[in-house]
Design a protein around this ligand. Structure first.
Ligand code: ATP
Length: 270
């Protein structure tokens, strides 16, 4: 079960340079996660505890997973990802077991960055319903909190989590010693979108007429993930047309196609 539920990457390839439009968030992650791993003596000398857990929150596809991978890369740490939805299990004790496995694995592979995506799946506010499923999810969350409480003894392990549903989280996980550093990761503004488009087209053969500032204006509302697929789609248009350069019209066509796909109820899957 362990291997299926977790994604382990000994040396993730994402770097901070691959992430566009969220420089301030990168700075905060470096301070809260990277520094305690690379320069623990700084914290000892000043006599402060580094943040226990860092919670990234914001819309889907904005670079939260990339941030966690980049910090693991920068610190030569093993990246261990667990989806919160994987922790929601049918059988009693199964979710808690996975949480223990997760922290045990991190201890074996330290330095390690644990990344729990969709943490809201196990850490949503208590509902009134008393179904056994809910009680089991509660137990899993308690296990997670207790692992975090016993964290000091665990050495070079940092824990990060992400959610798109910050409003749903139980306050218990945000207390000091738990996820006590919150970093909001928003959708990119025009400048950020331009940067992201430049990153994702850096390997592309582009027509000289391509106007990044213009593209950035026209992609208002798109996330980094949206921009990444837009770029690929534009490249596909150029290939279909038998050209070896990607032009502005390819991006316009790609945008039209994506808008149309979004509007088609058959293909809405989120
Ligand atoms: P989710 O909440 O859906 O898990 P996320 O915030 O973790 O999303 P990522 O998995 O980090 O998003 O991003 C998905 C993909 O979108 C990345 O692999 C990358 O191609 C692109 N992307 C997202 N944000 C950025 C960004 N800020 N800069 C560059 N690329 C980005």
């Amino acid at each position: 079960a362990r291997a299926q539920a977790m994604e382990v990457d000994e040396s993730p390839e994402v770097t901070y340079d691959d992430i566009g439009g969220i420089d301030e968030q990168i700075r905060e992650v470096r301070e809260a996660v990277e520094d305690p791993l690379l320069n623990p003596e700084k914290f000892d000398t000043v006599g402060v505890e580094p943040p226990s857990g860092v919670l990234l929150h914001g819309p889907p596809g904005t670079g939260k997973t990339m941030l966690a991978k980049a910090v693991a890369n920068q610190t030569d740490a093993t990246f261990i990802k667990m989806a919160g939805s994987e922790l929601v299990r049918k059988f009693i004790g199964e979710g808690s077991r996975l949480v223990r496995d997760l922290f045990d694995l991190a201890a074996e592979r330290e330095p390690a960055v644990i990344f729990i995506d969709e943490i809201d799946a196990v850490a949503a506010k208590r509902t009134d319903s008393k179904t056994s499923g809910d009680a089991e999810v509660q137990r899993t969350m308690m296990q997670l909190l207790s692992e975090m409480d016993g964290f000091d003894d665990r050495g070079d392990i940092r824990i990060m989590a992400a959610t798109n549903r910050f409003d749903m989280l139980d306050g218990a996980i945000l207390r000091p010693g738990r996820f006590d550093r919150l970093i909001e990761v928003p959708k990119p503004n025009a400048e950020g979108r331009e940067r992201i488009l430049r990153i994702h087209t850096s390997e592309m053969n582009l027509a000289e007429t391509l106007d990044f500032a213009d593209l950035a204006e026209e992609t208002e509302g798109m996330s980094g993930a949206d921009l990444a697929s837009l770029t690929t789609e534009a490249g596909m248009f150029a290939i279909r047309d038998g050209r070896d350069e990607v032009a502005m019209t390819d991006f316009t066509d790609a945008m039209a196609k994506i808008e149309q796909t979004d509007a088609d109820p058959q293909t809405v899957y989120h």
